[in-house]
Write a protein that binds this ligand. Structure first.
Ligand SMILES: C[S@@+](CC[C@H](N)C(=O)[O-])C[C@H]1O[C@@H](n2cnc3c(N)ncnc32)[C@H](O)[C@@H]1O
Length: 404
């Protein structure tokens, strides 16, 4: 890997990392002081509650598995994918899982793989390694370092070699997607995507400059530089209003989720504080998650009609901006009550949720609490300590503090 003599990964251009099979997310904890932000994930398997431990350490992580579905992250988002003591069978099924990693890596992105030490004496390891080597060279990944059972490959910057390998029948290219959909519950694809944006390849600056960069992803979804500036200004002002509203000790907040993140302005307004933010883009909203990643932030697609892949009581602050009105008006099959039930599950006791929305939507959710004692929300009122609706900037906000 091309770092300078300090070995600092930032000097190799690494700003965002995907840690596959993260355990308790110690790699992310190591990278955080370098201002490298990591999306760590692992399944609920024999390693028990590893993601819960990660979240209790205040490190960003979610439950997910590389198996049959695409991961809920946009293409071309990470400068590095990492899998240490990794038990993923990358060599199986024609390398379909490697192709998913290829989708997620930015051009020139690194794949760092270290096999479990137990493999050292495994008689099958030479065969596994041979299969891995064949698959990665067909994908035009260049092996740039190898020591004991750790190897580092780099994804090519352009598609020339892949096109040649496809002509030589060494790999299958994906049919170009006319209108790429969010990778939410989509099956894995056993083919390699060419990068349609390659001619417009944008070299993004490191953080903190990346936080305010106007990216090609924004341009593609029709967000003008003026609209982007306005969004950022709005969130800087709005967030300072929030602190007045909630009256919290900011050092007590570590795990934050923005449940409808738009272009990530809320998260950027918090970026100087010792918190991390999971930016969620609902799969039914405009697909802004690439723009969020291009700002050096992390996040995932989700549909709030189903539970989020996390443990109960794992977030210190939940934020919803026009989420209730979106689901009320645009999504069949789940309502404000369902979303609030999920918020109640995710939020830690004595921590806050802040919602900013059209006043009539918020009044509806508060009046459900106050007036209608048959609804779920009213029964949950017993565990709500603070609940108020306030004029907050140009919209209305409610804050809810969950009781212990
Ligand atoms: C030996 S642990 C290593 C944990 C961590 N990377 C470290 O080095 O401390 C193996 C990890 O791989 C995860 N894992 C196994 N199969 C996986 C899959 N298909 N997708 C994602 N993670 C997987 C396990 O849950 C576990 O977190």
């Amino acid at each position: 890997m091309t770092t300078n003599e300090t070995g600092d990964l930032r000097t190799a251009g690494v700003v965002q990392v995907l840690d596959v099979g993260c355990g308790v997310a110690s790699f992310s904890a190591y990278l955080l002081p370098l201002d490298i932000h990591t999306m760590s994930f692992a399944p609920k398997d024999g390693h028990e509650n590893q993601i819960q431990f990660a979240l209790e350490r205040g490190i960003g992580a979610m439950i997910a598995v590389l198996a049959t579905k695409q991961l809920p992250f946009p293409s071309n988002s990470f400068e590095m994918a990492h899998c240490s003591r990794c038990r993923v069978d990358w060599h199986e099924d024609d390398g379909i899982l490697l192709k998913e990693v290829d989708r997620l890596l930015r051009p020139n992105g690194y794949f760092v793989y270290s096999a479990p030490p137990a493999y050292r004496k495994d008689k099958d390891f030479p065969t596994i390694w041979k299969k891995l080597s064949n698959l990665t060279s067909a994908m035009c990944w260049k092996l740039i370092a190898q020591q004991v059972q750790t190897a580092i490959w780099v994804k090519p910057e352009d598609d020339l070699c892949r096109q040649q390998n496809a002509e030589r029948k060494l790999l299958t290219l994906c049919e170009p997607e006319e209108d790429p959909v969010p990778s939410w519950r989509s099956p894995l694809r056993n083919c390699l995507r060419l990068n349609p944006d390659q001619p417009y390849f944008q070299k993004l600056p490191p953080r903190p400059e990346r936080l305010s960069v106007y990216s090609r992803s924004l341009e593609k979804i029709g967000v003008t530089p003026e609209k982007f500036d306005k969004h950022n200004r709005f969130w800087r002002e709005q967030v300072s209003e929030y602190w007045k509203l909630i009256g919290v000790n900011l050092t007590e907040i570590r795990n934050v989720m923005d449940m409808n993140a738009y272009y990530g302005g809320f998260s950027v307004a918090l970026s100087a504080l010792p918190m991390w933010v999971m930016n969620i883009v609902p799969a039914t909203m405009s697909n802004t998650l690439s723009a969020i990643y291009d700002r050096g932030l992390i996040g995932a697609y989700h549909d709030w009609c189903v539970p989020f892949s996390t443990y109960p009581r794992s977030y210190d602050l939940l934020h919803t901006f026009h989420l209730f009105s979106h689901y009320k008006d645009h999504v069949e099959g789940c309502g404000i009550e369902d979303i609030m039930l999920e918020m109640d599950r995710m939020i830690r006791p004595q921590k806050d949720a802040v919602s900013l929305d059209h006043s009539n939507t918020l009044v509806k959710s508060t009046s459900l609490n106050v007036l209608d004692n048959r609804t779920w929300i009213n029964s949950k009122m017993q565990c709500i300590r603070k609940f108020h609706i306030t004029s907050c900037g140009r919209s209305f906000a409610i804050t809810v503090t969950k009781e212990s």
